[in-house]
Design a protein around this ligand. Structure first.
Ligand code: ARG
Length: 456
């Protein structure tokens, strides 16, 4: 850029302008203004007639914006100034009465809080949708077994439903966190003025009620400069993305030829421009990758807030872009994941084969010896040696003869062949365990949680 251009007034205002992103707050801004105008009239701070004119003007402006005919003016910097200037054009000087007993400082945060509340609501609904997709898949594959992993090594057999329910519960906690965040976003800052309150007999209870807030804020200086509720949303979103990203990673692995546990629907894979055999899991990879920007947005806002003196500082305008990006990214990711999980096909044969062609029952053999009176540590050693032997022979446990077993411990008897994948999962019959009866209850419990979310 030429130096003189960089210094021109228009580029100075493009530097401070936020209209290209805060225009998405237009409905909230208009709702806030309508409530404010009504309150001013009720309190006889402005006349009823003026309030009516203002409200009518604001409603007309809302229509203009929603049908795309609103004349946006970037030089007016933000959504508040754009709407106010347009109100002057539409109703003349009466427009000047709207900003009585208000500042852009309490106005902007009332808008953002209203927006955040809706965003939380939508986010929670989308988390529920992903939970529902996981639950349906679990229910439809209730008897499917696969290896459970630790260290990416086949460890013990588990039910697929048990594995999927693990994600259900991560998401359940995410939802609870968002609901907590909602409680703190649900506070009306309007009436704080620029920072110290306003010298008019306003009615904040009425404002809170009109705008659907649970209550009004306690301290005007805090109210105009607090962005905790955005940090919280972004932190909750970061954790939710971490969970979703783990699921995405498993889908990437499971859909690989090496695993072949699932087949993602065609709409969620892409071919390679050069290797025709490929079905790349791009959507799952992007769900994993987009986690980065959500973490980044959180760090960004925390850094903006750090060291800001009270009260409002223009730095706070930097709160919105990252927040909006986080809302968009999380919500679209949840939507994609719900539909990806809902359309993928499970390959129970391959899952079972992966469990069978392994030494996944080693723990169960040790437990078998424990049942015969061998101390667990000793049993562990015996089965460790047995596993090395079997691997050397190129045999699975079930292919070893009883003689071979008995070379390692005379406690082995014919009933060792009754240790199977099924007996292994059935044995883990503790609350929270993978036994079919426990998983059956867990599925019912999860259904209950979702039903409660739908009605509550
Ligand atoms: N666009 C501003 C923001 O997002 C609105 C508040 C401006 N207040 C002020 N005193 N300049 O923070």
């Amino acid at each position: 850029m030429e130096p003189d251009k960089a210094m021109s007034p228009s580029s100075a205002s493009s530097y401070t302008s936020s209209i290209h992103y805060d225009r998405r707050l237009y409905q909230q801004d208009i709702a806030g203004s309508i409530a404010h105008a009504r309150m001013l009239a009720r309190q006889s701070i402005i006349s009823k007639g003026d309030a009516q004119t203002i409200v009518r003007g604001l409603k007309a402006i809302e229509k203009e914006i929603s049908n795309g005919t609103f004349p946006w003016k970037p030089e007016l910097e933000d959504i508040h100034m754009n709407i106010e200037a347009r109100l002057f054009e539409k109703i003349g000087d009466t427009a000047g009465r709207l900003h009585t007993a208000r500042s852009r400082n309490d106005q902007v945060t009332v808008d953002t809080r209203l927006y955040a509340k809706e965003a939380i609501h939508d986010t929670v609904a989308r988390v529920s949708n992903l939970q529902r997709a996981l639950l349906d898949l679990a229910q439809a594959n209730k008897d499917v077994l696969l290896p459970g992993y630790t260290h990416m090594q086949r460890a013990q057999p588990v039910l697929l439903a048990h594995h999927l329910l693990a994600y259900f519960h991560m998401l359940q906690r995410d939802k609870e966190r968002f609901q907590e965040c909602y409680r703190r976003a649900d506070v009306l800052p309007l009436g704080s003025g620029a920072l110290a309150g306003v010298p008019y007999p306003i009615d904040r209870e009425f404002l809170a009620k009109e705008l659907g807030f649970a209550r009004a804020s306690d301290n005007s200086m805090d109210a105009v400069s607090d962005r905790d509720y955005l940090v919280e949303y972004m932190a909750d979103a970061a954790l939710c993305m971490a969970h979703v990203s783990r699921l995405a990673e498993e889908l990437v692995l499971w859909s690989s030829q090496e695993f072949d546990f699932i087949r993602l629907d065609d709409q969620y894979t892409t071919g390679s421009s050069i290797m025709p055999q490929k079905r790349n899991p791009d959507f799952a990879e992007l769900a994993r990758g987009k986690t980065g920007r959500v973490y980044g947005n959180l760090m960004g806002l925390l850094t903006v807030l750090k060291g800001l003196p009270l009260t409002y500082n223009r730095d706070l305008q930097e709160d919105k872009e990252g927040f909006f990006d986080t809302v968009d990214t999380l919500q679209s990711t949840l939507e994609v994941m719900a539909s990806m999980v809902g359309t993928m096909r499970v390959n129970p044969k391959r899952m079972r084969q992966a469990a069978e062609e392994s030494y996944i029952l080693a723990t169960d053999l040790a437990d078998y010896l424990v049942a015969k009176g061998v101390p667990f540590r000793e049993a562990h050693g015996i089965v460790a040696r047995l596993s090395v032997y079997a691997a050397d022979q190129g045999k699975l446990f079930k292919e070893l003869t009883l003689d071979e077993y008995r070379r390692f411990s005379l406690h082995f008897g014919q009933d060792v062949y009754q240790v199977t994948l099924e007996s292994s999962v059935a044995a883990r019959d503790v609350p929270g365990g993978t036994a079919p009866s426990q998983v059956e209850q867990a599925l019912a419990q999860a259904r209950g949680l979702l039903a409660k979310a739908d009605t509550g």
